[in-house]
Every structure is written in C-alpha cells, then in structure tokens.
Design a protein around this ligand. Sequence first.
Ligand SMILES: *[C@@H]1O[C@H](CO)[C@@H](O)[C@H](O)[C@H]1NC(C)=O
Ligand SMILES: *[C@@H]1O[C@H](CO)[C@@H](O)[C@H](O)[C@H]1NC(C)=O
Length: 425
Amino acid sequence: MTGKQMRQWKSMCKGLVLGTLLTSCMILLYCLSTPQAHITLPEVPVPYSCAHRSSQLHSKSTINSSQRNSGQNCAAKVDIMFMKTHKTASSTFLNILFRFGEKHQLKFAFPDSRNDFFYPSFFERSQVKDYKPGMCFNIICNHMRFNEPELAKLLPMDTSYITILRDPAELFESSFHYFGRLVPFTWKIPGDDKLTEFLLDPSKYFDPDSYNSFYLKNLLFFDFGQDNTLELDDPRVEEGIKLITDRFQLVMLVEHFEESLILLKDALCWEMDDLLFFKLNARKGSTVSKLTPELRARSLEWNAIDWKLYQHFNQTFWKKVDTYGRQRMAEDVAELRQRNKEMASICIEGGHAVEAGNIQETDMQPWQPIGEKSIMGYNLKKNLDKAHQKLCRKMLMPEIQYLSELGVNLWITKLWGHVRDIINW
Ligand SMILES: *[C@@H]1O[C@H](CO)[C@@H](O)[C@H](O)[C@H]1NC(C)=O
Ligand SMILES: *[C@@H]1O[C@H](CO)[C@@H](O)[C@H](O)[C@H]1NC(C)=O
C-alpha cells in the first residue's frame, strides 16, 4: 500500500467513524428533544413591540449625528431578527448583537441545549428556550432554517429583519472546507484537492438525497427555507427571492462588512460605538481566495441560485449606499475602521489574530471544523485597565463561550466537543 492509499484509507475510516457517531448522536438528540415540537401551541397575538422604556429613551447622543439623520431624533431599534446564514462572517456580527443586547438588557430567544435551532429542520417556536405563548423577545440570532410564519408568531410586529450574504463562490469554498467531511458523498472524491475534483464534474458526486448534501449546493437559498435543488428557471426561485426582499429590511454583504454596519446603524438608529468589532472565526490564510477564475466560474454555475440571489441583493445594497450618500459612507467607514484599529491596539496581544495553538486561554479558543485546527483566535492583552477589560474580553470572546455566558445551555455542543477531543479529531 502506498502512503497515499494509506492516507485515503485512513481518511475514509475517520469518515465512517464520524458518520456513525454523528448519526447516532442525531438520533439520540431527536429522541430527546423533539417530542414537544409536535405539540400545537396556542396562538396568542404577538405584541407590537418588545422595547422597554429605558431603551426607547435611549437616543442619538450627539447633535451632529441627529442632524445627519435629517434633524430627526430617533430611538435605537431593539427588536431584531438576524437570519444567521452559514459561513458569512456571522459570528462577528453575533458578537456585535450580543454586546448590544447586554447594553440594553434585551431578551434573546435562544435555542436550548445547543447553539442552533435544530438546523437543518425548519424553525419552530417550541425550539426557543423556555418559550411560552405571549412572551416578549427582542432578538433572535442563532442558526436556523428560516420559517417566516413561525417567526411571525414569536416576534413582536415591529421586528427588523436583517441578514447577510456572501459571494457564493467564496461561500462554497468555505463551506466545502468546513462541512465537507460531514457530507458522506465527499468521502469518495479521490485526490487531495477534493474541491477542484468536485467542481470539475459535480453531478458525478453530488447526491441531493445524501446526508447533509445541502451544505454543498445553494446553501444560502437553503438557509432561507427554500429548495436548494431547483433549476434556475423554476418560478419558485424568483418567488423565494421576492419573499426575502419583502421580509428583510436590510441585507448586508460580507464583502462590504463595514458599509453594511453603517447602513445598519442608519436603519436601526444605532451609534458608532455599537458597531465596533474584531473579525471572529476567520480561517487561516483565508483572505485570498484559492479559487482560479475557472473554478470560480464553475462554482458560481453550480450555485446558480445563490449567485442570482447575491446579485439581486448586491443591486439593492448599492442603491441603499447611493441613498445614504457615497461620500458620507466613505467618511463613516473610515471612522469605523479607525475606531476598530484603536480597539485592536488596546485589546489584542500582538495586535492581530493567532493560530489556535498560540491561544493561551481556553476561554478564547474558537470552535474548530472537524479534522483540523484552522480557525484563528486572539490573546487578550494583559494588564488592561479596568475600563477596557470587560469590553475587550467580550469583543474577543468566541461565540460558543459568549452564548454560555449569556446563559445558554449547550450540553450537546459541548458533549460533541469532548467526543472530538477524545478521538483526537
Ligand atoms: C459637530 O462635530 C464637530 C467635530 O466633529 C464639532 O466641531 C462641531 O461643533 C459639532 N457640531 C455641533 C452642532 O455640535
Ligand atoms: C455589485 O453592484 C455593483 C454596483 O452596481 C457592481 O459594480 C458590481 O459589479 C456588482 N457585483 C456583483 C458581484 O454583482
């Protein structure tokens, strides 16, 4: 047996072990946690708003920014549905939302026992931790498969729906890297460069009925609750896009993250302070795409629905920027970048992200994809002054740890982490 065959054989074995484990885990989880999902909950009308007075009174603090808001004083919007799509910098955005929620003492609708709403099954109200009909929630932001009617029965009527998209070629590459091993049909793709091999002839390997196959085709469209295997000219594609257009007040773009945040600040009447962030959950060496122009084209062709979706919302995005004012946008983005840079020099040891092995505190270790340690994290600077210590810590804290701190019980997620540690995945 050559070394290569050996490696392939080993990777197949790992795949099998993992597959078996995962399947068993899933069955166990469903047994443990779905019975309540089938109870029909009584329908109680949702309130108009879940903002309390204190946060309504919070308004723009400087005359300058309110002048910019055409002279209108506004209150920060606190009722928010953030549709967290996969592999779209959404961990970074969640950190922003968590801090905003804490600042205004908002109530989050969190999942129970794990960090998503039983993705990939459709969202249901009953999956919300401690949910009872008629309760008031301000923010929902964990991974879910979007299900509008069910969300409308949970969230107040004034909720702002926000989401974020990413260039589908990049997203596909990232998803292939992160989730590929969880999709059994990838195990039989030969060679070391499975991504290229797959894109050269996707239909040879792709099986829509295979476990987890949605991770590798039109994942965005799937996350929004739509059918990711439709033909591009199917009328349901247009309908799906229209549904998202009608429901979401703001669709941000990963490629223009800062501009997106400024649009968000404008739409929700937030402050610049609310937008400060460090890039979380970034993959090592991910700033430059490894896709050649040919592979990129193939990837877009393969994810044609997501490409159409992305192009559509790219158009609306830049129309919004035009309305906001290009010059004004450029100034605000420059200000935000400057503020983030200042924060980085205050909070981060060495000023930048480091590989997992060089992160000293376990609290700061990010969650890793199956089979490797490629996600970067940070070391908090030592000897920080009191004023910054809390903020810096929160800004750098990976999602899972922050969720725990906010009181989410993550026993399934944690158990899974321990299993992986034991089999040294
Ligand atoms: C607006 O901000 C500038 C500095 O950014 C300041 O010089 C000016 O006085 C402010 N205007 C008002 C009306 O507060
Ligand atoms: C997004 O829109 C801008 C402005 O209309 C355009 O220049 C750019 O090429 C578009 N990008 C994509 C990926 O469609």
